[in-house]
Design a protein. Structure first.
Length: 529
């Protein structure tokens, strides 16, 4: 008997992969409107067919409702994960596609990795990969990354559209006190924001303040007598809001002011006069400091409060500190900058991988968005058909074949369908050419992230910080580490691709032509190296 045989019982148990044939099915859609159509049933049917074909036994269903995958904090999703981890027999989680599982990029990849360590594979029936192999895991992670990237592109397109509307004078949020929206459930361009009863009282308050006859406390007292419950702080905020003089300012358009389409309750001259009165004696303070670029970008990981900064004059050294009372979190600016540069360096990529990264990311994105692009083709066909129908009824009306009532009825019907299709088309995904531009820019920046930040001025530093880490960075005093909650999906995918490509090829650069042969227009196929 082998001398070591008796010691095997002390070794960690082997977690066999693929032996457990019990499976869970998880389906979801993003919105309630989607839940009303056959999308959930379609997902369920495909998942069940996959289980049957591969000899898997479905023991439970999760989801079956609308849950946004922008976050993994979803009721059904968490319930499914808990069930899978607590069960000793689950070997598979079956989803229609990886974006049905999650759209959180690196977070989704981490969840899949933890499940795999517990012997549970996430299987997407329309994006089949073998996540137990290095190449398969690499492909699976890419699908997660591009689902997150697609979310960010959609959000950017939405924000761009919102900015255009604000620039045209449309307010897109709940109007402030004194106003109400008569067309609340219509499109923003059809909103009718009007002055209400409170607005008429605030009109008096602005007049009293402009004439400088009453203090804020007295104005509050008089408003309360007339039926408006308001305090001095709230009134002061109202006096400083340009919305009341017909001007729009918002975080979406920093440094800009736009003429609004709503009715003003105070003239621009009186508004400026009031705020001149309010600002007398105020001291202007410079909030930015070239020595503290991470100010308000970094936050205390314990209490989530943005860090401010200060100078120790005796030493001539700058420090970051937490503003929360009783929190002793502080850090030398020099050391925090070094930690931040170290993090940035982890997202840098060797230029020798540029070609392979561009090709891999492009093909994967094409696969992820194939359904969207197919939908775009169908929408364009339907639009073309509608245009021909409209032209036909216009022609028939012109030559007297149909009367005016029938013409108006069908013209209205076709026009409404046309608007809905055009809206669907406007929400389409990014073109491959724009995608390549975005990837090229990201690669160029990522090849020297730490150098660009270290050599840039304050404005350049801040732009780069928020580009890579949109939600800032957290400093954990207990272990002296800097942590990131969210990374731009393009940058988070670059080191992942580089690392896996390096591992697959044992450190050798990947031949572009050789890799291309393994990729098809419909997505990735499992490959063996």
């Amino acid at each position: 008997m082998n001398d070591l045989e008796a010691f095997k019982k002390f070794s960690p148990a082997i977690k066999p992969m693929g032996l457990n044939k019990d499976a869970l099915i998880y389906t979801r859609v993003s919105t309630k409107d989607q839940a009303d159509n056959t999308s959930l049933e379609t997902q369920k049917k495909y998942c069940e067919n996959y289980a049957k074909t591969n000899g898997l036994r479905v023991v439970a269903y999760f989801g079956g409702t609308h849950e946004s995958a922008k976050s993994d904090d979803r009721k059904e999703f968490k319930r499914m994960l808990k069930f899978a981890k607590q069960s000793k027999s689950i070997g598979y989680i079956i989803v229609y596609s990886y974006d049905r599982f999650s759209r959180t990029g690196s977070s989704a990849a981490q969840i899949s990795h933890e499940l795999l360590e517990n012997g549970i594979q996430v299987k997407a029936v329309t994006q089949e990969v073998d996540a137990t192999s290095p190449s398969g895991k690499f492909q699976q992670n890419l699908f997660y990354m591009f689902s997150q990237f697609d979310n960010e592109l959609r959000r950017d397109k939405t924000i761009t559209a919102m900015k255009d509307l604000v620039k045209k004078g449309h307010w897109l949020w709940t109007p402030p006190k004194g106003y109400c929206n008569k067309n609340k459930y219509h499109k923003a361009v059809d909103w009718d924001i009007v002055v209400n009863k409170d607005g008429l009282l605030l009109k008096k308050a602005f007049k009293w303040k402009a004439d400088n006859v009453y203090s804020n406390a007295e104005i509050v007292r008089r408003l309360r007598i007339k039926g408006m419950d308001i305090n001095e702080k709230r009134l002061g905020e109202i006096f400083k809001n340009p919305f009341y003089c017909g001007v729009l300012v918002c975080n979406m358009l920093p440094g800009e002011a736009v003429e609004g389409k709503h009715e003003a309750i105070v003239s621009k001259s009186d508004f400026l006069k009031i705020n001149t009165i309010e600002s007398k004696g105020a001291v202007m303070r410079k909030t930015d400091n070239d020595h503290l670029p991470l100010k308000r970008f970094a936050y205390c990981d314990s209490c989530k409060t943005p860090l401010t900064g200060f100078l120790v004059k005796q030493k001539g050294l700058y420090y970051y500190k937490c503003r929360t009372k009783g929190c002793s979190c502080s850090k030398s600016a020099k050391q925090l900058h070094e930690n931040f540069i170290e993090i940035l360096s982890s997202y840098q990529v060797d230029p020798k991988y540029f070609d392979i990264i561009i090709e891999v990311m492009t093909y994967t994105y094409d696969s992820v968005t194939k359904e969207i692009r197919d939908n775009e083709i169908q929408v364009k066909k339907q639009l073309s058909l509608l245009n021909r129908k409209i032209e036909t009824i216009e022609e028939r009306h012109a030559i007297g074949e149909i009367d005016i009532d029938i013409y108006k009825k069908f013209k209205a019907k076709y026009s409404q369908e046309q608007k809905e299709l055009e809206l669907n088309l406007s929400n389409s995904t990014i073109s491959s050419s724009n995608l390549k531009i975005a990837i090229n820019k990201a690669l160029k920046i990522s090849s020297n992230l730490s150098g660009l930040w270290a050599s840039g001025d304050l404005s350049q530093k801040k732009k780069l910080q928020f580009l890579v880490f949109p939600s800032g960075i957290g400093y954990d005093k207990s272990n002296g580490k800097v942590q990131t909650k969210r990374v731009n999906s393009i940058f988070s995918s670059i080191p992942l691709i580089t690392k896996d490509a390096h591992k697959i090829k044992n450190g050798e650069s990947i031949n572009l032509n050789q890799f291309s042969a393994r990729v098809t227009s419909t997505g990735f196929k499992p490959v063996t190296f």
